[in-house]
Design a protein around this ligand. Structure first.
Ligand SMILES: Cc1cc2nc3c(=O)[nH]c(=O)nc-3n(C[C@H](O)[C@H](O)[C@H](O)COP(=O)(O)O)c2cc1C
Length: 307
């Protein structure tokens, strides 16, 4: 039997995405029928890790406008055809991270992905819905065969994860802030159990039923939706676009002229997260019955891979 060839493309600053992918693929370990090529997406000027606060907020407008960035030349292996593509990425400011966007927008990716089954794995804090819309858009443009999407996120409460993720981003350490807050990011337990999604893939692929993959992923909690965050994101993305326009009037990336406006945005964002978001959550659940049908429709949309 000819080996099945799999391309695994990913971007990750801390290595968390790679850790998840390795665990996800563990059911394929020592199976001679498969051949994997790992491609780490690398910007020409990579984003800092750990970040300074200024750098972190400076990446906001370009994340939202999805302009991408220059990537290092792809290796020749990316010119081959694959039987399956796995893309590991993360969300930045409710959008795919800038290097991921650049990869998805590149002609080489479009050539690679046409008619090829693809699985995406987003490892983020917990706000991934609007980024998922973009991912779907890029995969549609590339005419890829989108068969599976998984989201692994930080399950601790929203406010705690903001504090812990910032600790991680600004120190580079995935450890407990103040020694007692939970560890940031996707929990060790969720990383460890991501092999079940690889087993499901193997099973569906070998029985030629990749079209049933997403259904199984959803049944196994692979795309858990927190409805209040989904609702919040719809509004937040609109507001992010307004802020982006406001900041971009002062110039492009790292232009010192936009520092003042980014500082304003930072304060606004923290106020929204710590003051407005809890209020919006309470209002969301009080009015939940009124919007039940729409919420259910949206949940289905975000759990699916159809166009
Ligand atoms: C600039 C920046 C913006 C981020 N914005 C979001 C976001 O909007 N939603 C979210 O769930 N996580 C967000 N995160 C967290 C990331 O999705 C991710 O989980 C974390 O940065 C670890 O990714 P890594 O694999 O690159 O180490 C953000 C991280 C960074 C650095």
């Amino acid at each position: 039997m000819e080996k099945k060839k799999v391309l695994v493309a990913y971007y990750s600053q801390s290595g968390q995405v790679r850790e998840i992918i390795d665990r996800f693929l563990s059911p394929f370990d020592s199976d001679e029928n498969y051949e994997f090529f790992f491609h780490q997406i690398k910007p020409v000027n990579d984003y800092p890790f750990p970040w300074t606060s200024e750098q972190f907020f400076d990446s906001f407008p370009e994340s939202v406008t999805e302009v991408g960035c220059d990537l290092k030349a792809y290796p020749p292996q990316l010119k081959q055809k694959y039987d399956l593509i796995i893309l590991g990425f993360q969300t930045w400011y409710l959008s795919p991270s800038i290097p991921t966007t650049a990869f998805l927008q590149s002609q080489d990716f479009k050539d690679l992905a046409k008619d090829v089954p693809i699985i995406t794995i987003n490892a983020c804090r917990n706000m991934w819905f609007m980024a998922q819309r973009s991912i779907r858009k890029y995969l549609n443009q590339a005419k890829a065969n989108y068969v599976g999407h998984l989201v692994l996120f930080d399950k601790v409460n929203n406010l705690t994860s903001v504090i812990t993720i910032m600790h991680w981003a600004f120190t580079g350490r995935k450890d407990k802030k103040w020694g007692w807050l939970p560890k940031p990011g996707v929990s060790d337990q969720d990383i460890q159990s991501s092999n079940i999604y690889g087993e499901i893939l193997k099973d569906k692929w070998e029985s030629d039923k990749l079209n049933e993959l997403q259904e199984e992923y959803v049944a196994n909690n692979g795309v858990h939706v927190l409805p209040h965050l989904m609702s919040m994101e719809h509004k937040a993305k609109r507001i992010f676009k307004i802020w982006t326009k406001f900041v971009l009037k002062k110039g492009g990336p790292e232009n010192p002229a936009r520092a003042g406006r980014l500082k304003l945005f930072k304060n606004y964002l923290l106020l929204m997260i710590f003051l407005m978001a809890p209020i919006a959550t309470v209002v969301f659940y009080i009015t939940y019955p009124l919007f039940f049908l729409r919420i259910r429709k949206n949940i289905k949309y975000y759990q699916s891979v159809g166009s």
